[in-house]
Design a protein around this ligand. Sequence first.
Ligand code: DGY
Length: 338
Amino acid sequence: MAKPKVFVTRIIPEGGLKVIREYCDVDLWVEDLPPSYEVLLEHSQACDGVVSLLTDRIDAHFMDSCPQLRVVSNFAVGFDNIDIPSATNRGILVGHTPGVLTETTADFAFALLMSLARRIPEGIEYVRNDQWQTWGPMLLMGQDVHHSVLGLVGLGRIGVEMAKRARGFDMRVLYTDMYRREDLEASMGLEYASFDDVLRSADFISVHTPLTAETRHLLSKDAFSKMKKTAIVINTARGPIIDTEALTEALQNGVIGGAALDVIDPEPLRADHPLVNMPNCIVVPHIASASETTRTHMAEIAAYNLLAGLRGEKLPNGLNPEAVGTLRQTLPRTFEVL
Ligand code: DGY
């Protein structure tokens, strides 16, 4: 019995790859840079499954060009690179990797907050440049994190973990979200607020919402104008939630205090971009979930989603379980080995 054919669009940790290799005929993209859309199509068109990354656009045209495709397993919690309704309409199952990266990402978001508030990158530069002559009473004074106000834009899993960390620093935590979480207000002392109130009141504004048509450029020129002049914005969600041009202007003109960005629009950001060279801005290359343990867990989850999809079963972490009922009927073969 033939093994299912799958395209894995980049090298992922071995914990997941070995599971996939055991059961599938694997085409693994080994380059450092992602395949172009055309190359992605070419490699996937005869495949039963694809393990995709957030850099791979999986749209309706892609799905129509891959007639055997049963499952797309995204190696990420975010899935704005995939057209889920089109997948569902075509009976293609889609999976992602939630849960395992929640705390790792929140740790990183809090680290960004602390680094910028306390001017750690500037301190490192100062010593590296051999500027350190003596202890200075006025040297590199930053903002206190403890007892300050954290504003969360989005209170999903990662937002909640961010709130937990903030409580350890005696911060007041405001959140805005489509859904009110009265349970967490009671148990964690969180305060529900309108988007504008979060913008006006917070010392630190951390973004934890998915990228959708509604959240694209949620943090715009108008939003920055409502923030405190000292406010620091942290983004570990998706770059386009912040209007990069508006942010650059806001920092250049002293409208807000700073920004710490794991994600940015566009990615990658070139080194000559003004944001990269501002002392009150940190840009890092989308690494918030990049701990060895977490990335290994993500790979395992992606592998198990893939295998379940190839069997035509509900994925352990699926985004469109309703598609199980409408799986492509014309699939040419079954995979007993799975
Ligand atoms: C995700 O999973 O969506 C992150 O952006 C990468 O871990």
